[in-house]
Design a protein around this ligand. Structure first.
Ligand code: FAD
Length: 468
């Protein structure tokens, strides 16, 4: 078998692996990245990007349907799923191709195939073109194998009626009735898409709220908006199984009031994701694990010298930007630089309608950690720009330490929360005080004024809302 030798090998070309390989190559390290399926990983191909494309289309569809409030009169819009999917595939194709161009341009080598460890720093790769196996040896190995959707007993993704997120992003026709098992962010994002496009969507959630762990004010608003948009939500409900009937799939689920049934066309299961740490020969490496996840330190080093792990296959939030940050830090460490992943906050965004974004601690987390807090909350209804966009649902909530006014966290639920949060990430990362943001002149009229105003509100100095 042919043997290839590299200074660094990156296993997986997702948002963890590809930036790691690019940065390694930029730093002059002879690098190979191995990918079995998707250049750009889950995120670009079957995750963040295609889901946001569908979310945007569904929102625009809804906006057009209701544009008459702004004096825009149109006939009822229709959705062409085939065209929508073609548009979506165009985006993912362009981005995935771009990743290969970037890797090539930075002189990182690429190998298309499935890799298995045969030793701590030795891999065997079954080449995707069917031309057999190749052996790869390296001084440094970065494991970036990502994650996959969790299957639950009785709901096999092999069944046409049962969808994981990947299948749900690729539907050729609009299913009239959809059950979503799991009211976390992926379920609500995708359920929201199909509800806006016209499906009857029911969310089955085991906890007593959707988006478990999120700020209570956010959950209340999102729950209300979903129901208003026609989504049924069953809380404290546990899916038990389903049967094929002449009228569709009959879903059974347990509730505190007893077992209920629901007739649907498809069942989307979004109960979480599992790291791809099995089936890759990890037993031949001997890295320490934390459950199914690979344990790492702040330099992304595993317990085996020269072996690193980044992204979804490690502990921490399973988010693309966390994976990318891990990847770039690991590359610096391999190149001999004193780099650490010591970020104070990994922001999180949920692309529901309205969007949710958090940086630092949410109010209940700050209180739970024993902080005496000052809270400033400003509704978007008080922000002029929000009115001009026709989107006034939601708020900005800033939480600061009552002792020194240091910003502990910001939660935004509202229009463009995903973009507004970046300023707040910097504020938390830089240990800003409320006045730092409150005295920074924010342009008018913009949604960003909500962040400035919330900082003023926490100080009791708001202008556009009454101070508590
Ligand atoms: P992955 O993206 O999973 O990439 C791992 C790569 O490794 C894959 O391409 C895989 O083929 C390859 N691989 C695995 N094993 C092998 C092997 N043995 N040999 C060769 N190659 C291998 N995150 C966000 O931050 N924002 C979002 O809005 C967001 N939306 C999402 C929506 C959906 C529907 C889903 C499913 C996920 C979403 N995520 C989002 C999560 C995000 O996609 C992941 O956190 C991110 O992709 C993790 O990156 P990664 O590089 O660790 O792994």
């Amino acid at each position: 078998m042919e043997t290839l030798s590299y200074t660094a090998v990156v296993l997986g070309a997702g948002p963890g692996g590809y930036p790691c390989a690019i940065r390694l190559a930029q730093l002059g390290v002879k690098t190979l990245v191995i990918e079995r399926e998707y250049w750009g990983g889950v995120c670009l191909n079957v995750g963040c990007i295609p889901s946001k494309a569908l979310i945007t289309a569904a929102k625009r569809f809804e906006e057009i349907a209701h544009a008459d409030t702004m004096g825009i009169e149109v006939d009822a819009p229709r959705i062409n799923m085939e065209k929508l999917q073609t548009w979506k595939r165009g985006i993912t194709g362009k981005l995935s191709g771009g990743i290969k161009t970037l890797l090539k341009g930075n002189k990182a080598d690429m190998l298309h195939g499935t890799a298995t460890f045969v030793g701590p720093k030795v891999l065997e790769v079954e080449k995707a073109d069917g031309s057999g196996k190749v052996r790869v040896e390296a001084e440094h190995v970065v494991i970036a194998t990502g994650s996959r959707p969790i299957e639950i007993p009785g709901f096999s993704f092999k069944d046409a009626r049962v969808l994981d997120s990947t299948k749900a992003l690729d539907l050729a026709t609009l299913p009239p009735r959809v059950a979503v098992i799991g009211g976390g962010y992926i379920g609500l994002e995708l359920g929201g898409v199909y509800a806006k496009l016209g499906s009857k969507v029911t969310v089955i959630e085991m906890a007593d709220q959707v988006l478990p762990g999120f700020d209570a004010d956010v959950v209340k608003l999102i729950d209300r908006k979903l129901r208003k948009g026609g989504v049924a939500i069953e809380l404290k409900a546990q899916a038990k199984g389903w049967e094929e009937t002449p009228d569709g799939a009959l879903l059974r689920y347990a509730t505190p009031e007893g077992e209920k049934t629901l007739l649907v066309d498809v069942i989307l299961v979004t109960v979480g994701r599992r790291p791809n740490t099995d089936g890759i020969g990890l037993e031949n490496v001997g890295v320490a694990m934390e459950g199914r996840f690979i344990a790492t330190d702040k330099q992304l080093k595993t317990s085996v010298p020269g072996v690193y792990a980044i992204g979804d296959c490690t502990t921490g939030l399973m988010l693309a930007h966390k994976a990318s940050h891990d990847g770039e830090v690991a590359a610096e460490v391999i190149a001999g630089h004193p780099a650490f992943n010591d970020a104070k906050t990994v922001p999180a965004v949920v692309f529901t309608d309205p969007e949710i974004a958090t940086a630092g601690l949410m109010e209940h987390e700050a209180r739970g950690r024993g902080h005496a807090v000052k809270v400033g909350k400003v509704p978007f209804a008080a922000i002029g720009r929000a009115l001009t966009t026709g989107e006034t649902d939601g708020f900005v909530k800033v939480v600061a330490d009552a002792a020194d006014n240091r910003i502990l966290g910001v939660t935004i639920c509202g229009p463009h929360a995903s973009d507004l949060i970046s300023e707040c990430v910097l504020a938390v990362e830089m240990d800003c005080e409320l006045l730092d943001v409150a005295l920074s002149i924010h342009p008018h009229p913009t949604l960003g004024e909500g962040v400035m105003e919330a900082c003023k509100a926490a100080l009791g100095e708001a202008i556009h809302v009454l101070n508590a």
